[in-house]
Design a binder for this molecule. Sequence first.
Ligand SMILES: [Zn+2]
Length: 155
Amino acid sequence: MRHLLFVLIIALGSQAKALMNIDQCYDINQKEVFYQQTTQIGQAGEGRILNNYPVILINPQMMSMYQPGVQQFILAHECAHHRLGHIVSLYFNNYFNKTFEFDADCAAIQLMRDMNLLNGQVVNGIFQFVGGLVEDSSHPSGGNRVIYLQQCLNK
Ligand SMILES: [Zn+2]
């Protein structure tokens, strides 16, 4: 138990570091987006609307598997979903398009570039992470997402 707590503290510690500079997030209606930690989601981060509040759920166990640059990308990506109105669309219009993922990826990496958070190693880490993501009904293939990310970086 003591060991588990120690691991959790390390995970939360790296979390605080990852949030630095990128944790101020507002959705399409200028509502502040809140962060909530949970182990009940099957991915590192997920945008939701809970009790009418825009939220980014963070799974600290999964988040701790990634280097800080990738953690920042995940948070920026989820924030972009809120800022671009994707989560509102999903919850209130029951509409989500696969192209939302390209747009959130693009907004996230451009934000990181503009905040000087990118270098070669970070970009490689992000491409490796995104490239390994699996295609499903709401997500395009990781390979296609990396191609789109590369185009975004050149804009
Ligand atoms: Zn997404």
